[in-house]
Design a protein around this ligand. Structure first.
Ligand code: NAP
Length: 319
């Protein structure tokens, strides 16, 4: 019998990674999942997944090369998902966010030098869209990169860290003959597998509780479902023709339209006031990913599955 395929997923207990681990286990992969603390109760959900006997947890920090190297040894592929994604602003983002994002990614790549067939890096739409020189009426595609100086000056440290880490990862892989594919998801929604609340879901929850959220400053929302992100990660890993960068985005809408949609489905939540400035809605294309065969869950299903999950878990605490 052929031996099962073995892959590593960094940050296995996180929101996106948990869905990816679940998908990989369901497809018969043996998964090496890195977590910072295997005994932390926030990772117990991983041990309850179907086929969890094929999941091996490794204690690893992105700034500790040896720990990553031990987790990646023997794997044919690596999904580098881990990255600090702040729920609240970091006190010192240049220390707390940039080194794990940038040096951590380089540590992962360095550890992939022996026998790893392909590395899939989770970047972000934040590494794509903050580019003021991209014409407003031109569809945003994979050629668009966020302007690092702009991000830095605006204090968009997360966008800065994702742009620098993706850029450095691409350069390092080219110089060292690694097969790297990067995926840039927009804001991820969908049900949670993990018991903790991650940053994108925190925004959704706060919105349903009636609080103004930082995303509202931009008037527009770019969303994708977490289950579609997991599918996309496996797709770009498996398809031999996949290469380069992929935008992973499904639904663009004005904040008011998002609010109206939610009010239609759930009239009783105390929504914050949403008004639109007449800003044009940028067109963002996931055509490259769709050409590989990527499919998307309809927006209504995604919203309903997310809110239903909050209600089932009683995490909204509103009447
Ligand atoms: P998440 O739930 O907060 O997961 C982040 C993971 O990174 C956690 O497992 C965390 O481990 C790990 N991590 C952070 N710093 C680390 C370090 N120094 N060493 C080892 N592990 C570390 O966030 P997520 O939403 O799933 O995000 C996953 C990936 O998707 C990230 O690369 C993010 O940039 C990208 N992304 C997310 C969104 C979104 O809307 N959610 C959109 C676009 C891209 P601990 O549990 O130990 O803290």
């Amino acid at each position: 019998m052929a031996e099962s395929r073995r892959v590593c997923v960094t940050g296995a207990g996180g929101y996106v990674a948990s869905w990816l681990v679940k998908l990989l286990l369901s497809k018969g992969f043996i998964v090496h999942g890195t977590v910072r603390d295997p005994d932390d109760p926030k990772n117990t959900h991983l041990r309850k997944l179907d086929n969890a006997e094929n999941l091996h947890l490794f204690k690893a920090d992105l700034l500790d090369y040896e720990s990553l190297s031990a987790a990646i040894a023997g794997c044919e592929g690596v999904f580098h998902v881990a990255c600090p994604v702040p729920v609240q602003d970091f006190a010192d983002p240049e220390v707390e966010m940039i080194p794990p994002a940038v040096d951590g990614t380089l540590n992962v790549l360095k550890a992939c030098s022996k026998g790893v067939r392909r590395i899939v890096l989770v970047s972000s739409l934040a590494a794509v869209g903050w580019n003021l020189s991209w014409p407003l009426d031109k569809v945003v595609d994979e050629d668009c990169w966020s302007d690092k100086e702009f991000c830095k000056n605006a204090g968009f440290w997360y966008a800065f860290s994702k742009t620098v880490s993706e850029e450095k990862a691409v350069d390092y892989s080219k110089s060292n003959g690694l097969d790297l594919v990067t995926l840039c998801p927009s804001l991820v929604i969908g049900p949670l597998l993990q018991p903790t609340i991650n940053a994108s879901i925190e925004q959704f929850i706060e919105f349903l509780k009636g609080n103004r959220i930082s995303l509202m400053a931009h008037d527009v929302l770019f969303l994708v479902d977490v289950r579609d992100v997991a599918d996309a990660l496996l797709l770009v890993y498996e398809k031999s023709e996949a290469g380069g960068r992929y935008i992973c985005h499904s639904y663009s809408m004005k904040m008011t339209d998002f609010c109206d949609k939610l009010k239609n489905l759930y009239p009783n939540f105390p929504y914050p006031n949403c008004t639109n400035e007449e800003k044009p809605l940028r067109l963002i294309s996931s055509e490259k990913l769709m050409r590989l065969g990527w499919k998307q869950i309809p927006l209504e299903d995604s919203i309903q599955d997310t809110v239903q999950d909050f209600l089932n878990k009683n995490i909204l605490n509103v009447n």
